[in-house]
Design a protein around this ligand. Structure first.
Ligand code: DHE
Length: 461
């Protein structure tokens, strides 16, 4: 579940900082504190161990990628959904407690099917525009293609040892995976997950880098990659007419490392932030910037305190302009930023740092969780027209609640109790009354087909 702890991946973290992480855990990750478990000597040994080069470096090359690929069904796919439900209002729910996925009917809140996934799926599943197929990535490198019409896996391939996420073109032509180990982007043919190309990730200065995440910029026919260790942003265009796959990155050289992204609704601008916890980095730390993808350069600085989670940002129309809201992984606040002049227009105080934020075009509210600290069992509701907090829910005292997703019509909000014996709670999105509760195993994320395939500004894509 954790990142590959190899010396090459720890260049940005100084040893004293690593010792602090082993002692006290690391905010916004699943790394626990070990100071009450190990004595000082053993804590130091752990740190020395992770900085030592293994006798054999773990490798994952093109031959291994090709050899790992499996076709999981040879049956001809049916050309429409095989079940009786509105496909557009179906939810894909990732349950990380027992590593399963549930396909849920968003009208009746009945389970259509539930199946085992690879270990530790991470990042949102990615749908084709027609929602026929959905692709999953696991932290240990597996990419799987699932047929939502026929409710079965189609194929899978292992693209790396430590993978972050995937992005998929609208028609499922191309799938691209971002890796922490090896330092690569892996381009697949989305039809059968066969390998098109592995792109080694090395800066102009010759420095190798992890890839934090990769995103699909639909309107630009390109993929955009956030690099973890070097101050470059990569855009990898493709052309479906030629056809020309996404194999040739264009680089935008930055003055800081930006490894957490939010895209303006037209995908022309990227808001990027540096995760400030990585002390000892090259470039500035703790900065936020706006990059214009067409101009290929920074166009503004952002005033973002703490550790903004831009990847969970959402946007909406406020008065006469578009604004974005970002939770913060370290500070107890939500930042509201004007998308025209990039100024922070409001900071909304919360009960603690939050992970995920959600809204929908058809609801007047935005919901944000309090993932960390003593108020992890609370979820805030913000009025989008006043930018004031109007309610705080506490669905189950003491249990972590997080990650909201709306039904296709925005009338219901689904909230997770992220515990092994957790639940999915359905709220009426107008009255905030609980409608029903479905037991689930750590349902860490849920994804509504319509909201995702129509790029709702209230959710991430
Ligand atoms: Fe995530 C999405 C990075 C920890 C659950 N997470 C993402 C994305 C990125 C990211 C870049 C967007 C990719 C996408 O959707 O394609 N996550 C990181 C981190 O850097 C961080 C802080 C540290 C790490 O361990 O990697 C981190 N993430 C976590 C967790 O600890 C969570 C809560 C539990 C888990 O299973 O790992 C977690 N991340 C998620 C979820 C999404 C996600 C559920 C998809 C959100 C969505 O609604 O689209």
């Amino acid at each position: 579940m954790g990142p590959a702890l190899l010396p090459e991946n720890l260049a940005r973290l100084r040893k004293p900082a690593a010792l602090d992480v082993v002692n006290n855990g690391r905010v916004a990750t699943q790394m626990p504190a070990f100071k009450d478990v190990l004595d000082a000597d053993k804590l130091q040994q752990v740190v020395d161990y992770i900085y030592s080069t293994p006798e054999t470096m773990p490798s994952w090359n093109d031959d291994m990628i090709r050899a790992s690929r499996k076709t999981l069904t040879t049956e001809k796919p049916g050309s429409e959904p095989s079940f009786n439900a509105d496909l557009e209002n179906v939810f894909v729910v990732v349950e990380s407690g027992d590593h399963h996925v549930t396909i849920l009917n968003g009208d009746t809140f009945e389970v259509i099917t539930r199946f085992k996934s690879h270990f530790a799926l991470h990042g949102g599943p990615k749908f084709t525009r027609d929602a026929h197929f959905v692709y999953f990535a696991s932290r240990d490198g597996w990419v799987s293609k699932y047929d939502l019409y026929n409710l079965r896996f189609v194929s899978e391939v292992r693209v790396g040892i430590n993978t972050r996420n995937i992005a998929v073109s609208d028609g499922g032509e191309y799938v691209i995976a971002a890796n922490y180990w090896p330092h690569s982007l892996v381009v697949l043919d989305g039809r059968d997950l066969s390998l098109i190309k592995t792109i080694d990730v090395t800066s102009l200065e010759g420095e190798s880098s992890r890839v934090s995440a990769v995103y699909h910029a639909r309107s630009r026919q390109s993929f955009v990659a956030a690099l973890k260790d070097v101050p470059e942003l990569w855009e990898i265009p493709y052309d479906l007419k030629q056809p020309s796959p996404p194999t040739m990155p264009k680089r935008i050289v930055m003055n800081a490392i930006l490894d957490d992204f939010f895209f303006s609704p037209d995908y022309e601008k990227v808001m990027g932030a540096t995760r400030p916890l990585d002390s000892g980095t090259s470039g500035e730390i703790g900065t936020g910037q706006v990059v214009d993808l067409t101009l290929g350069r920074k166009v503004a600085d952002l005033d973002l305190p703490g550790m903004p989670h831009l990847g969970s940002g959402i946007s909406w129309q406020y008065e006469d302009r578009m604004i974005m809201a970002s939770p913060n992984l370290r500070d107890a606040e939500v930042s509201i930023i004007d998308l025209e002049n990039w100024q922070t227009i409001k900071r909304i105080e919360t009960k603690g740092p939050g992970f995920f934020m959600r809204s929908h075009e058809k609801t007047p509210y935005a919901w944000v969780d309090v993932f960390f600290g003593p108020h992890k069992d609370k979820i805030h509701i913000i009025d989008k027209s006043t930018l004031e907090m109007v309610r705080t829910l506490q669905p189950e005292p003491g249990k972590t609640v997080a990650h909201v997703e709306f039904t296709k019509d925005g009338q219901f909000a689904l909230v997770s109790v992220i515990e092994n014996e957790g639940a999915l709670i359905v709220y009426d999105a107008n009255t905030f009354e609980e409608v029903t509760r479905l037991p689930m195993s750590r349902p860490v994320g849920k994804y509504n087909v319509y909201n995702k395939t129509h790029l709702s500004t209230g959710t991430s894509h």
